[in-house]
Design a protein around this ligand. Structure first.
Ligand code: 9D3
Length: 238
């Protein structure tokens, strides 16, 4: 997959593209990154990318020309994603859909507004949540990160990305490693027992408990079997 990032702050992408899973993905040829400073595409004599809003008001508006010309130049095809606070909420389901594409183009801005005509070249507008950031770069990295880890050949275990938490829709059970006693806090007996059937059952129950305690909304529209129903009643009584 080719991932393009159009930004006025290309240096923000230096660390992440050269580290950890992003680096592994490009070393393996599963992902390729191209970061473009779209200021270079401005037809303005001072390379200006913003201007005053028609109709007046505070704040500047990102001009359409530099971004649209940059997209035309760097990518003849691919899905164009604009990160904005007004976008559709991001989700694991969206990440899985984007992971099927060959080329993604992320538009990252730092503006009060984008000239509406930029949207003529945009396929999808995404927000990563209801909090105010300073720009679209971190959101683009968040979206790209969630996509890159799903690409074939990126994670050591091909199936792990699909069998985990937000895909099965529940939170994970607690985990423990050595020592068995850390400052008086002991590992649950069952995990030391070697009885794999009991361990599996404990993990299923603690998965349900954690989800019930922290994210009851995830259990709302869900079918529960007899065992899960019994555990839920037990939690409610405790
Ligand atoms: C005064 C109205 N502001 C909207 C809440 C203007 C504004 C603030 C911050 C416009 C853009 C930004 C920068 N944020 C993003 O570009 C952004 C973002 C975010 O702030 N939160 C969650 N997801 C995203 S995606 C892009």
């Amino acid at each position: 997959m080719k991932l393009h990032f159009l930004t006025l702050f290309p240096e923000m992408f230096q660390g992440i593209t050269a580290s950890s899973i992003w680096k592994q993905a490009s070393d393996k040829g599963a992902a390729e990154y191209e970061v473009t400073d779209f200021r270079a595409y401005s037809d303005n004599k001072h390379n200006k990318v913003d201007d005053y809003p028609y109709g007046g008001g505070a704040g500047m508006v990102l001009r359409a020309q530099p971004l649209v010309d940059a997209i035309d130049d760097v990518a003849s095809s691919g899905r164009v994603i604009m990160l904005t606070p007004q976008g559709a909420p991001f989700s694991q389901q969206k990440a899985e859909a984007l992971a099927k594409e060959e080329q993604l183009i992320f538009i990252c801005g730092h503006y009060e507004g984008y000239d509406e005509r930029i949207r003529s070249v945009v396929n999808e507008e995404i927000s990563i949540g209801d909090y105010v950031l300073t720009g679209g770069e971190l959101p683009a990295m968040v979206v790209a990160d969630s996509v890159i880890r799903l690409l074939p050949g990126v994670l050591g275990n091909e199936t792990s990305a699909h069998e985990e938490s937000f895909t099965t829709g529940l939170l994970e059970h607690p985990h423990y490693t050595r020592p068995a006693d850390f400052r008086g806090m002991e590992v649950p007996e069952v995990l030391l027992s070697g009885n794999h059937a009991h361990i599996e059952e404990w993990r299923k129950k603690e998965t349900l408990r954690r989800t019930w305690e922290r994210r009851p909304d995830l259990l709302a529209g869900r079918e529960l079997d007899a065992e899960e129903t019994r555990w839920l009643r037990e939690f409610e009584e405790q």
